[in-house]
Design a binder for this molecule. Structure first.
Ligand code: PEP
Ligand code: MG
Length: 606
């Protein structure tokens, strides 16, 4: 259904429908509890010289008070064993709270606020807000959802300090009525820590924010149906009114009655039944009719998402994008920060393999001090090339990975490898870190598989040579297609060229798989192409051993793999590659899938 331009549409019978972004699936029908934090205005004035020192004292007192409040909230959100902390919503919150505390204690940051106060004679509220604005600027102005959310986190911190300076209430001890739908304009990490308690809050509606806001992340991890980005739901919905949140479709229905209510209730029952069915298939292996096992594993950005991957049947983690560890903070993560995150994930995965990719940061995605301007960051100093230029940064991560390797079945992977030289350099740095740790007497796994991502056309072209010197490949089609087609993966103007079934891409994949197998190593795919059910037959036919995707794609891809034989998949792939245009190939694959599977593939995208 197309969204209404104003986000509001009449329901067929009873109720109004607000549209937003589905951030956590499921349906909740309950009374609304509208949580209003209210905006705080920042007073701006210049200080007379004789008031400056008193203002310094006032500022330092507000910083100390804010620090103390954050500590209290952290303590309230804690209580979990250290190894589990990285995997729970509470841990995600605590990381943000810690980052906020670190900032309040950061000498350079505080010195700059004091400079604004003393030299430019700005009042404390203004000075603090201005320095936060500068840091937000350093995070970039891009529309990237992730950075928008991090900028919002900084606003929450500024609001706290300004409220404390003004003597306003900061953390209200509200108690939402049990089983309510929480409706709010925005939800700070601290408010979320206090309010998003499973069992207490049945559903969540937020006017602002996107899928990667911390509230959304934890709502997903705790399975609280959530819709974000509704625009003005919090001013339209009255406290106590019945609302229905459909987190799968991104809709919020106000005061549903009659057939609308019945439909929503049926939707809720269906969702719960599907969840049960899905969990039932999660135990089944992804094996073709003729017995070929294709390992289905998950892509993950935050530890908190791991339980959802297991629930959807992931046999392991195929890609952990570690760059997210760098992005929530003003400074760089320490070796210990890395170590704790990796160890927690490995322990939670148990026997399952976990592929951790070293940082894929770019010049546009770095903590303030390391940022640079580059005309084309996608082709700039990013990922492995950045790591090799920043030995201290890379060393901290490699040491942490080696130390964590004893906690589970770790596989280490380098991103954006351009050729043999870079791969050898990266491996040399790994060996150096290993030797260092051995001298320190640190335990490490006896064998640590080391693989590379194939996402540059030049690397794909020498896959046969690369395969002789590493333990596995994982094809990153998001970048591989972007570079092969010269079509920016985020640019809608050229999205018509971004076609996974282009013959050039299929030939590249065929060569990569053959090269890996001839060298006796397994080959995975962790780009988005792997999670599209429409491509499953072709990828099995090409011979991929492992496909890594988002949690929700796993059951559908599994159904297709279980319904086909590897032999017929090979025929589909071979015949498809005899055709010419991408349209012909797409049509051919679609028709073959329909013949074989009826409407099973109807939900897929080709
Ligand atoms: C890819 O390029 O396909 C990939 C998985 O890496 P990322 O999306 O993180 O660039
Ligand atoms: Mg990539």
């Amino acid at each position: 259904m197309k969204p209404e331009p104003d986000g509001l549409a009449p329901a067929h019978d009873g109720g109004l429908v607000l549209r937003g972004i589905g951030a956590a699936p499921g349906v909740a029908i309950a009374q609304a509890f509208v949580f209003e934090r209210g905006k705080v205005r920042t007073p701006r004035y210049h200080l007379p010289p004789e008031k400056i020192e008193a203002e310094v004292t006032r500022l330092l007192a507000a910083l100390a008070l804010s620090d103390e409040q954050l500590g209290r909230i952290q303590a309230a959100a804690g209580g979990e064993a250290p190894d589990r902390l990285h995997l729970s919503g509470a841990r995600e919150y605590r990381l943000i709270l810690e980052a906020h505390q670190a900032m309040l204690r950061d000498r350079t940051f505080v010195a700059e606020v004091l400079r604004l106060l003393r030299e430019e004679r700005l009042n404390a509220e203004w000075a603090f807000r201005r320095e936060i604005r500068r840091i937000k600027g350093a995070l970039g102005q891009g529309g990237d959802e992730y950075f928008r959310e991090r900028r919002a986190d900084l606003d929450f911190l500024a609001d706290r300090v300004v409220r404390n300076l003004l003597g306003l209430t900061v953390d209200v001890a509200i108690e939402p009525p049990a089983g309510c739908v929480l409706v709010t304009r925005d939800l700070s990490p601290t408010d979320a820590a206090l309010l998003l308690v499973p069992g207490k809050v049945a559903g969540l509606v937020i006017d602002l924010g996107g899928r990667t806001s911390h509230a959304a992340l934890v709502a997903r991890a705790r399975e609280i149906p959530t819709v974000v980005g509704t625009g003005d739901a919090s001013s339209r919905i009255q406290n106590g009114a019945l609302v229905a949140v459909d987190g799968g479709h991104g809709t919020v229905t106000l005061r549903p009655t009659g057939s609308v209510l019945r439909r929503l209730e049926a939707g809720r029952s269906r969702y719960l039944e599907e969840e049960v069915a899905l969990r039932a298939t999660s135990e089944l292996p992804a094996v073709t009719r003729d017995g070929v096992h294709v390992r289905l594993v998950g892509n993950l950005e935050f530890g908190a998402e791991a339980p959802s991957l297991w629930a959807h049947g992931a046999e392991g983690i195929g890609l952990y994008r570690t760059e997210f560890l760098y992005l929530d903070r003003p400074d760089l993560p320490s070796e210990e920060d890395h170590y704790l995150a990796y160890r927690a994930l490995l322990l939670a995965a148990g026997e399952r393999p976990v592929t951790i990719r070293t940082l894929d940061l770019g010049s546009d995605k770095l903590p303030g001090a390391m940022r640079r301007r580059e005309a084309n960051p996608a082709m700039g100093l990013r990922a492995l090339r950045l790591a090799l230029r920043s030995p201290a940064l890379f060393r901290a991560q490699l040491r942490a990975l080696l130390r964590a390797s004893v906690a589970g079945r770790l596989r280490l992977m380098f991103p954006m490898v351009s050729g043999l030289t870079e791969m050898r350099e990266a491996r040399a740095q790994l060996e150096q870190a290993r030797a260092e740790l051995a001298r320190e007497g640190q335990p490490m796994a006896a064998h640590l598989p080391v693989g590379i991502m194939i996402e540059l056309p030049a690397a794909a072209a020498i896959a046969d040579r690369l395969a002789r010197e590493c333990d596995f490949f994982s094809v990153g089609t998001n970048d591989l297609i972007q570079y092969a087609m010269a079509a920016d993966r985020g640019n809608p103007l050229v999205s018509h060229l971004y076609r996974p079934l282009h013959l050039g891409i299929l030939r590249t994949l065929e060569f990569v798989v053959r090269s890996a197998h001839e060298a006796g190593i397994p080959v995975a795919m962790c780009g988005e192409m792997a999670g599209d059910a429409a491509h499953a037959a072709v990828l099995v036919g090409l011979g991929f051993d492992e496909l890594s995707m988002n949690a929700t794609s796993i059951p559908q891809v599994k159904r297709i793999i279980r319904a086909l034989s590897a032999e017929e998949c090979r025929t589909i792939a071979r015949d498809a590659m005899r055709l010419g245009t991408q349209e012909e190939i797409e049509r051919f694959v679609r028709e073959r899938m329909r013949e074989r599977l009826g409407d099973l593939e109807a939900e897929s995208s080709v």
